[in-house]
Design a binder for this molecule. Sequence first.
Ligand SMILES: *[C@@H]1O[C@H](CO)[C@@H](O)[C@H](O)[C@H]1NC(C)=O
Ligand SMILES: *[C@@H]1O[C@H](CO)[C@@H](O)[C@H](O)[C@H]1NC(C)=O
Length: 316
Amino acid sequence: MSFQALLFIALMGAQAVTAAYTLQDHCIGASFQNCFNFYSGDDPTHGFVKYVNQTDALSQGLYNVTGNNVFLNVDSKNRTPNGRPSLRLESKKLYNKGLFILDVLHMPSSTCGSWPAFWTYGTQNTWPTDGEIDIIEGIHDGTRNSMSLHTSSGCSITGTGSKGTVKTKNCYINAAGQISNVGCAIDDPSASSLGTPLNKAWGGIYAMQWTSSGIKMWFWPRDAIPYNLFGNSPEPNTWGTPTASFTGSGCDFNKHFVNHRIVFDTTFCGDSGNAVWASNPTCSKKAATCNDYVANNPSAFGDSYWRINYLKVFKE
Ligand SMILES: *[C@@H]1O[C@H](CO)[C@@H](O)[C@H](O)[C@H]1NC(C)=O
Ligand SMILES: *[C@@H]1O[C@H](CO)[C@@H](O)[C@H](O)[C@H]1NC(C)=O
């Protein structure tokens, strides 16, 4: 082989690495609203919440943009016997594969009653036919992030290649031998990857890479963010072992994950929160039921806000 041919191959190789991802959407500051709709229907997860529309969010101070940061607040002033006012934002666009990068400065604190999440799901068919990808999810006073996938039957992962602790491997919501709806789940190895301790460290970056061969997630605290995330040329192949790797031949990812919307929400109690209220030693002491606590203790939720630096979506 000639020197030119070798050089050509070497250059093509270098290009394949550097040109892997292109920025598709940049949701930040005032432009954040261009990426999202304010969902104001009933909570599909049965939370004790009142999702408000854009007009009410702005007039009640639940949504604000300060500098380039977007704040998603909940009501923390009023007793709310019919559910606590809060936001659920759903992306206007539908996504199939890509690289999703969230730089978050603050998320709802580790507070009894709250159930905040940053996630994606398929909205074109009955849930969970088109899948659900949970990137950040916290319940009550939890401080360790749990990442998970939820699907119809026929999708399971090996769980290998993750830094985190693999809790369940079958992503099917009604899998035998798993608690209903847990799906396949991997916990962050760090007990300060969520809520209050995360906020004390000024948050960090969560990345989700969705390809036809699987879904990988990384979390870095603010002092450990990879250098290539400071520009618009992320290089997942340099990031090392993912926090959570959902891969394996037991799932056809093209079939189980289709047309996803990105969601930020803060709900209260609901399917997941109610299920573990009584067994949570700290929370159950505060009130007989989760709803009672959320309705009657507005000031407990003063720190239940998201402060988002940016959300970027890249296409391969
Ligand atoms: C927003 O919600 C309020 C309260 O439910 C309602 O009165 C108002 O018409 C809604 N506004 C829009 C633009 O949908
Ligand atoms: C935006 O919301 C945050 C968090 O609740 C609050 O601290 C801040 O004062 C609000 N800013 C404006 C301009 O309303």
